[in-house]
Design a protein around this ligand. Structure first.
Ligand SMILES: [Zn+2]
Length: 205
């Protein structure tokens, strides 16, 4: 059995889709619409199903996500890298939802860098970690610190950096309506924090 499935089976799902359905129906009423008209009759169910998908990461703690994707390679480590080599995975596409407005964060690109400390993580797992922590009600800066926590736990390395750029629809499509505004955040740990001149910033463009 896949490790992912084991973790999923052990973890009790927390998202209550029936409750979401009920409350979406109430919101439709509060908006002055008729939740029983043809176009809306299945909307609460659809929204609940969508929330279950886009908020999947809320079912798991950072530690549980680390266990889910903790596939690392140790054997050939000495031959493939030395302790100063940096691994960078650039431009991982993610979507998330801001916790202040429950509004979409889109066109987000995540760059993750780490310096291996005896273990290297499968590259696709870094993208999966970024995906999973984004499937929560989030702040852009917390997506960065969540990814850094998990990559650190999986690789045993304290040297992790996460850079994110993203558009927040609560800023581009409502309120101040600055369509082209992007938000940039970076989370620096270990050597990335203490030695900013070590060259990783070249990946930040
Ligand atoms: Zn917002």
């Amino acid at each position: 059995m896949e490790q992912t499935e084991i973790v999923k089976n052990q973890t009790k799902k927390k998202i209550d889709t029936e409750k979401i359905e009920y409350h979406i129906r109430e919101i439709l009423k509060a908006l002055g619409d008729d939740p029983d008209r043809e176009g809306l009759v299945d909307t609460p169910k659809r929204v609940a199903k969508m929330y279950e998908e886009v908020f999947e990461g809320m079912n798991y703690t950072n530690h549980e996500i680390a266990e889910m994707f903790n596939k690392t390679f140790e054997e050939d480590f000495d031959q493939i890298t030395d302790s100063k080599d940096m691994v960078v995975v650039k431009d991982i596409d993610i979507f998330s939802y801001c916790e202040h407005h429950m509004a979409l964060m889109y066109d987000c690109k995540v760059t993750v860098a780490y310096i291996p400390n005896g273990k290297v993580i499968g590259l696709s797992k870094i993208a999966r970690v970024a995906d999973m922590v984004s499937k929560r009600l989030q702040l852009q800066e917390r997506i960065g610190s969540d990814i850094a926590d998990i990559i650190s736990e999986i690789t045993g390395s304290e040297d992790v950096a996460v850079m994110i750029e993203g558009c927040h629809s609560c800023m581009t499509a409502r309120g101040i309506k600055k369509n082209n505004t992007k938000t940039y955040t970076r989370t620096l740990r270990g050597r990335f924090k203490s030695d900013e001149s070590n060259g990783f910033t070249q990946w930040w463009s």
